[in-house]
Ligand binder design. Structure first.
Ligand code: PAF
Length: 282
């Protein structure tokens, strides 16, 4: 696997590959890689000639400098994980390479409010930062396909909207959530849970599964959501939000028609760590 630290090196290699007609699948990450990321790389490898991954902890998507400082950095482990998963090239840029001084790499897109709800309401400017870096990375890597995980459901919706608005010629692929055997969605933040908190964490997904089952059985939405919210807002958890939304517009639903597709989106805090999860209904 090649490791490129500069845009120039990466472009030189990618231009050579493109001239031979290679199709590129791209997996952007912030490092601290786990099996969820590896599964994205494996899928990209199965569906494309080459896989490029990036490891870049993007400062513009953190609203809290302490969260940015605490974000796990495990470059050696990441390189090994990517290599084993079948990645062909890793882009490992510095902040200056992504955001060169004196160059405006901002992107103006109408996200239709998708960035202001749910995570966006709790993390000011987060999705503006995600859109900026994903746009910049797509501009550098120029892949045929972009692979993102369903765990960040809203991030996928926002990126899809950005790609539609900007007309970038890339196909978005949403990949299923990879879970630990006890149901906890894999996340780079999980390593920050104490052993006691880690043992409690699967109760989050279990509560969402029970809610999904209730809704699929036709139980009225509001009381079912209220009951799950109460469960997830009691120690050791505190609830940031629990909403049942339209999967495309992310508008909150207050009732479900039989067979209607919806997504349950929730974020809790446990042991000072924010855990995100989601589940489709219908
Ligand atoms: O999901 C992530 O890891 C990040 O938000 C992304 C897409 C790599 C952009 O920094």
């Amino acid at each position: 696997m090649f490791v490129f630290e500069t845009v120039r090196e990466l472009r030189k290699w990618a231009d050579g590959q493109a001239s031979e007609g290679a199709r590129i699948g791209f997996v952007p990450t912030m490092g601290a890689l786990h099996e969820g990321h590896a599964s994205l790389v494996r899928r990209a490898a199965a569906e494309n000639d080459l896989v490029v991954a990036s490891v870049f902890v993007n400062p513009t998507q953190f609203d809290d400098p302490a969260d940015l400082a605490k974000y796990p950095r495990t470059v050696e482990h990441d390189i090994e994980t990517l290599r084993r998963a079948g990645c062909h090239a890793l882009f490992l840029p510095s902040v200056g390479e992504i955001y060169p001084e004196g160059r405006d790499v901002s992107v103006e897109v109408d996200l239709g409010g998708l960035d202001l709800v749910l995570e966006g309401a709790h993390r000011k400017g987060h999705f503006q930062g995600v859109v900026q870096v994903v746009h910049r990375l797509l501009d550098i890597v120029r892949p045929d396909r972009l692979y993102l995980g369903q765990k960040d459901f809203q991030q996928f919706a926002v990126c899809k909207r950005m790609v539609e608005q900007t007309g970038l010629p890339v196909e978005l692929v949403r990949c299923q959530i990879v879970r630990e055997p006890d149901g906890l969605a894999m996340s780079s933040r999980n390593v920050r849970l104490s052993p006691a908190a880690r043992a409690e964490a699967p109760r989050f997904y279990a509560a969402l599964c029970r809610l999904a089952e209730e809704l699929a059985r036709g139980t009225a939405l509001a009381p079912a959501v209220a009951q799950t919210a109460a469960e997830l807002d009691a120690p050791p958890f505190s609830l940031d939000y629990l909403q049942v939304c339209d999967p495309d517009t992310l508008r909150t639903l207050d009732a479900l028609r039989p067979g209607q597709q919806a997504v349950i989106l929730a974020t809790v805090r446990l042991d000072g760590v924010r855990l995100l999860d989601n589940l489709m209904v219908g």
